[in-house]
Design a binder for this molecule. Structure first.
Ligand SMILES: Nc1nc2c(ncn2[C@@H]2O[C@H](COP(=O)(O)OP(=O)(O)OP(=O)(O)O)[C@@H](O)[C@H]2O)c(=O)[nH]1
Ligand SMILES: [Mg+2]
Length: 256
């Protein structure tokens, strides 16, 4: 492994970052060196975003990136999802919005093939996000579709975990996967332009209040319309205050 590439990646050179990620993703020769040198000099928060297919995760990521960039933050996005707009790009009309970030100096986007990891988190997602934490970004966003065990794994990995749901999920909430209520730090009711959003948000709050969420008693519920940006400001405030509280509790954010 050429150490110069790692050094360039750590200084934010995109081609070198891409090269290093590919080596990690393929567990190719030299990937251990990259991982062993991955440690970030500063604490870089990892924001996990999960939820059922089509809930609006990528649209929300796009809106969050916009808000962070407006704040002059450097953001890296890792997307583990075979049906993501990062992969499909221009094939789907309304999924091309993320493309506007591809050449933006403050934004780096990378999609990972899901590799049939039995519905769990991508096998190298942890190593790749840890590597990116050492490449000069202010924060890392990891989007993964909520299937199998992936929500639980993303919650374990991320410093703050967002579960994106839609109002229609209200009908099924009592059948929600065991443990799902426990994994999220922030519940996002996206597509709040559709009927039933306020009712669903209330239902969620009641459930959270009555469940034994001893680990995250402070979880919040935010309504958003990712396509217009409505509620994204409030979501940003929730994310920031959750991370700040966590920093105070731990002395530092545990990057895992
Ligand atoms: N009405 C409405 N549509 C939305 C909203 N957010 C996203 N959408 C639409 O929902 C569809 C799916 O959005 P995505 O952002 O691709 O959803 P996703 O959760 O990333 O989907 P997968 O990655 O395939 O699981 C797109 O057509 C979006 O335009 C919203 O707040 N309101
Ligand atoms: Mg997506």
């Amino acid at each position: 492994m050429d150490n110069a590439i790692i050094q360039m990646a750590r200084q934010g050179d995109r081609k070198s970052i891409a090269r290093c990620i590919s080596l990690i993703e393929n567990a190719a020769e030299g990937h251990e060196t990259i991982i062993s040198q991955a440690a970030a000099e500063q604490v870089v928060p990892l924001i996990g975003i999960t939820g059922p297919p089509g809930a609006g995760k990528s649209t929300l990521v796009d809106a969050l990136v916009e808000a962070f960039v407006a704040d002059e933050k450097k953001v890296a996005v890792v997307c583990v999802d075979p049906s993501s707009p990062f992969n499909k790009g221009a094939l789907l009309g309304d999924r091309i919005r993320m493309n506007r970030w591809y050449n933006h100096p403050l934004v780096y986007i990378r999609s990972l093939a899901s590799r049939g990891s039995m519905g769990g988190l991508h096998p190298s997602a942890k190593q790749i996000t840890a590597f990116l934490q050492g490449c000069g970004f202010d924060l890392i966003i990891l989007e993964t579709v909520g299937v199998g065990q992936s929500e639980i794994e993303i919650a374990r990995l991320a410093d703050v975990c967002l579960l994106v749901l839609v109002p229609e999920a209200g009908d099924e909430i009592q059948f929600m996967k065991a443990g799902l209520m426990e994994v999220a730090d922030i519940f996002v009711v996206n597509k709040a332009d559709r009927p039933g959003a306020a009712f669903f948000a209330r239902q969620l709050k009641n459930m959270l209040h009555s469940s034994s969420r001893s680990q995250h008693p402070e979880a919040s519920v935010v309504n958003t319309v990712a396509t217009t940006g409505k509620g994204v400001g409030e979501l940003m405030t929730c994310i920031t205050s959750f991370l700040n509280n966590k920093k105070q509790d731990n002395g530092r954010i545990d990057p895992q």
